[in-house]
Design a protein around this ligand. Structure first.
Ligand code: HEC
Ligand code: HEC
Length: 360
């Protein structure tokens, strides 16, 4: 909160407390002059006012709430949080730190995570015979903590982290065959991934199907782990400037000619063969670097196979032209900061099992 609002609230709440306390003390002290009949002489519509003491229980409650308020001032960062942090503490990263709502949230998240991790180690890793993953995970967390301290990304450290992530692959393969791990993985998938990939993981336009055996970034456990851990960005350049509109159309015609299946309205018989020939030359000069000489794609670049009948963005003539004209940049977010390594292992195992045992 800004200095202004913190000050405003501090002054307002202290002033309220002092005012209420003052009014109470004042009314207790002030004795009105009484008439002979023990009333104050005030009369409202014939109702006469006595001066009886306030009931004890009422006073007790009133002073109680004032004491309660005072207690809150002492316990929590109530007076300009920068000058009074309160005496309440919560545990974050194994240390007692002053209470703030953010620290409390972190503390609870860490406590939950601890329970999750223990459960994961005892009920999932141990059952799947993968307890050897524990030291790998510990080393990985250590490297990640080091990375979080750096202001600038450190590529050497990132390479070490990636190496460590890949070491988890054999254990992910074990989890992929474990029913309990699959159950938890499925739940995590529905919570975090279904939004983009669909609850059946079959994807949508721009969001890859994870149940087939067609991979942009690779379908081995280590590749899937890295995809989820670091995230991925598809980098298909826009070609309109370099190739011109006729070049884009030729390249698209060639792409359609090599795919084994395309969208509605295109059949091989009606492809423009002279455009296809032009497109082939363009493709060989510009596209093989990423899509491969055989156009079957290269996972190193996240470039899709163009010879199959699976389309990320669509296989009708217009969509293929649009893809080449303007480029594409699908973004798969990173999950290490949000989910942590244990959940990433479970998700990788789940994704891996989907393509191994395709669900219909
Ligand atoms: C915001 C949308 C979004 C969310 C949420 C998301 N993904 Fe993705 N994911 C993508 C996109 C887009 C791609 C394709 C990236 C590209 O074009 O290279 C992708 C790619 C992938 C791939 C690589 C597929 C391949 O063919 O190589 C995997 C595996 C994957 N996601 C798993 C997950 C998992 C597991 C989660 C949940 C933790 C998740 N995704 C959540 C958008 C998302
Ligand atoms: C720098 C590497 C790179 C080059 C060069 C490149 N592409 Fe791509 N291409 C990609 C990537 C990566 C994707 C996936 C984009 C995404 O996931 O968002 C892609 C996607 C595509 C798609 C979409 C396929 C689908 O399933 O919807 C087509 C079509 C395509 N490229 C054609 C071409 C053509 C034609 C050329 C040459 C003119 C070319 N690409 C050059 C990397 C490249």
């Amino acid at each position: 909160m800004s200095f202004f609002w913190s000050s405003w609230i501090t002054i307002f709440s202290l002033a309220c407390w002092v005012f209420i306390f003052g009014v109470l003390v004042w009314t207790l002290k002030t004795k009105p002059v009484l008439e002979e009949d023990e009333t104050t002489g005030h009369s409202y519509d014939g109702i006469r006012e006595y001066d009886k003491p306030l009931p004890k229980w009422w006073l007790a409650v009133f002073f109680g709430t004032l004491a309660w308020g005072l207690g809150y001032f002492v316990l929590y960062p109530s007076i300009q949080p920068n000058s009074w942090k309160g005496i309440t503490t919560v545990e974050v990263d194994g240390q007692q730190v002053p209470w703030t709502s953010k620290n409390e949230l972190n503390s609870q998240l860490q406590a939950n995570n601890k329970v999750f991790t223990e459960n994961f180690e005892q009920n999932i890793l141990a059952v799947a015979g993968a307890t050897d993953a524990v030291p790998v995970l510990a080393k990985l967390s250590e490297l990640q903590a080091e990375q979080r301290k750096n202001a600038e990304p450190d590529s050497d450290l990132q390479a070490k982290i990636d190496e460590q992530v890949k070491l988890l692959a054999p254990y992910v393969d074990k989890l992929a065959g474990d029913p309990e791990a699959q159950k938890v993985g499925n739940r995590l998938f529905l919570q975090n991934c279904a939004l983009c990939h669909g609850s059946n993981a079959k994807g949508a336009t721009g969001y890859p199907d994870l149940t087939d055996n067609d991979w942009l970034h690779g379908g081995n456990a280590d590749e899937i782990l890295l995809t989820i851990h670091n995230g991925r960005v598809g980098a298909m350049a826009a070609w309109q400037k370099q190739l011109g509109e006729s070049g884009v159309r030729a390249a698209a015609e060639y792409v359609l000619s090599i795919s084994s299946g395309h969208g509605a309205g295109v059949d091989n018989g009606e492809l423009n063969q002279s455009l296809v020939a032009q497109g082939k030359a363009i493709f060989e000069a510009n596209c093989v670097l990423c899509h491969g000489a055989d156009a079957k794609g290269l996972t190193a670049f996240g470039a899709p196979n163009l010879t199959d009948d699976i389309w990320l963005f669509g296989g009708d003539r217009e969509t293929v032209q649009t893809t080449i004209r303007h480029g594409r940049a699908g973004v798969m977010p990173e999950w290490q900061t949000k989910l942590g390594n244990e959940r990433i292992m479970l998700l990788a195992a789940y994704v891996r099992s989907l393509s191994q045992n395709p669900v219909e």
